[in-house]
Ligand binder design. Structure first.
Ligand SMILES: *Cc1c(COP(=O)(O)O)cnc(C)c1O
Ligand code: SF4
Length: 362
């Protein structure tokens, strides 16, 4: 496979794509930047602004401003609209508002034992620039470090994204690695959030991956359809969908209130576009650490056509220890879910352990 020497021009033909997908629409990039890019630009990046918008006191705002610990605030207005104003304990707000609990992230104080800057061994699993290979049959590409939200519990907050490839030429070593190893059946696009990239760039990368005959599936891990539902437009569906190989999109909702009508509509568009939809969440203290919250999330996901896939035990990243729920409590919560919900609505409770052959079921 050689995508470097391919002359500039149209990407490989998209056989089998239906006509209506390529017709210009209000979201078409030829008419101007798509709405989602405007939403990214207009996202809230200032902790004081975030607190003012939500009617929170200046004490909260000052604490937030002092606590960003090298990981700035980023909240799109679509998500802001789902946060309950004036409620410091809102489960959506807790995911995005910096607090003094993060002070061990920047070296001011030592993180608790077991917490580090690379809890899941990603730094050492880098095989080529941007390529992480940990599990049999699957290769993960770190497409970008950018996200459509900054989650305070994020395990990649310390990842050295500067090394990630920025152009299709720089992807070549990773693509060569995928092409030369026929045990790789699935390629995951991750980050950061891969859908912060433009569809034209993503289409080139996806098409390059799909030229490898042994790659049977493409998987995209993203919070964008939840953070900015207008991200799901025709241009996205156009490169995600192919008639020959399935594409799986794994979204990332932690609470039922993250999924409003607009988000439900975005999921529906993906489903109608032939995409399989899964959800993964993280078990988080003060966000979803009750059987009601977890069951509501599962019910809501199933209502909008998404299968609850994983419930992750928190990765022990410096700055996030206040979100941890002990495994014993997590097991009880999942057992209670099982007693209430159909089997397909109960996610697998897993933890990632560096050096293991797969996510470990708890
Ligand atoms: C989580 C992860 C995967 C995917 O694991 P699944 O159990 O298939 O969802 C693949 N590669 C890496 C590096 C991962 O961290
Ligand atoms: S969207 Fe994912 S990678 Fe980005 S900050 Fe949130 S958890 Fe981390």
């Amino acid at each position: 496979m050689d995508i470097v020497s391919r002359p500039d021009g149209p990407v490989p033909s998209k056989l089998g794509r239906t006509e209506h997908r390529t017709r210009p629409t209000a979201n078409d990039e030829r008419i101007g930047p798509p709405q989602w890019q405007r939403s990214m630009r207009e996202a809230i990046r200032c902790p004081i602004d975030l607190c003012e918008q939500l009617g929170l006191g200046s004490d909260v705002a000052i604490a937030a401003g002092e606590s960003t610990a090298g990981f700035s605030v980023f909240v799109p207005r679509e998500y802001l609209g789902r946060i309950r104003p004036g409620d410091i304990n809102d489960p959506l707000l807790r995911q995005v508002l910096p607090t003094a609990d993060e002070s061990d992230a920047d070296g001011d104080s030592a993180p608790p034992p077991g917490y580090s800057k690379d809890p899941v061994g990603d730094h050492s699993a880098r095989l080529r620039p941007g390529l992480i290979r940990k599990y049999h049959g699957r290769a993960l590409l770190i497409v970008t470090g950018a996200c459509a939200v900054h989650c305070r519990y994020c395990f990649r907050r310390h990842y050295p994204y500067g090394d990630a490839p920025k152009s299709i030429e720089q992807w070549q070593p990773a693509l060569d690695e995928i092409a030369s190893d026929d045990s790789i059946q699935e390629v995951l696009l991750s980050g950061g959030d891969p859908l912060t990239m433009t569809d034209s760039r993503l289409a080139v990368l996806a098409d390059a991956i799909r030229t490898v005959p042994h790659v049977r599936r493409l998987r995209v891990h993203t919070r964008l359809p939840i953070m900015i539902p207008s991200r799901v437009n025709d241009a996205l569906i156009d490169w995600l969908w192919t008639d020959s190989r399935p594409t799986i999109v794994v979204v990332h909702a932690n609470h039922s209130r993250e999924i409003d009508k607009e988000v439900g509509r975005a999921f529906r568009r993906l489903l109608d576009g032939g995409i399989m939809l899964l959800n993964q969440s993280v078990l988080l203290r003060g966000v979803n650490d009750s059987v009601d919250a977890l069951a509501d999330l599962s019910e809501r996901l199933v209502d909008v056509g998404v299968v609850p896939y994983y419930l992750h035990q928190l990765d022990r990243v410096a700055g996030a220890s206040h979100f941890e729920v002990p495994v014993s409590e997590g097991r009880q919560l999942v057992a209670s879910m099982r007693a209430r919900l159909p089997g397909y609505a109960v996610p697998r409770y897993v933890r990632e352990i560096a050096g293991q052959a797969g996510k470990m079921e708890l």
